[in-house]
Design a protein around this ligand. Structure first.
Ligand SMILES: [Zn+2]
Length: 103
């Protein structure tokens, strides 16, 4: 049954892609769907994708969304952000080299 085999393949790639994304600090569900819709290609994209966890971040004072340090405007609520005194460190400690938590 070719249809059943394809379904197994889709789930397999979906799970693999989601797990790669999860390890890198992104959304499992989002990348599960990408991996399922684009078997193989989604997995490669997940591996190559530059995750935001490598960047310094800060929290929007208005809505609480964590945005990139260099963002001038909140991507969720549009609140204008002043340059912060402190930043949230990258999640992955191996990517912290040469960076400082304070600006
Ligand atoms: Zn906001």
């Amino acid at each position: 049954m070719a249809g059943g085999l394809y379904l197994v393949l889709v789930i397999f790639f979906g799970l693999g892609t989601g797990m790669v994304a999860k390890i890198k600090g992104s959304s499992f569900l989002l990348w599960f769907l990408i991996g399922a819709v684009l078997p193989g290609l989604g997995l490669i994209a997940a591996i190559l994708y530059r995750y935001e966890t490598a960047e310094l971040r800060r929290q929007c004072p208005q809505c609480g969304r964590v945005v990139m340090l260099h963002d001038a405007i909140c991507t969720r609520c549009g609140h204008e952000l002043e340059f912060p005194e402190t930043a949230i460190e990258p999640v992955d400690p191996t990517l912290r080299a040469g960076r400082s938590a304070t600006v």
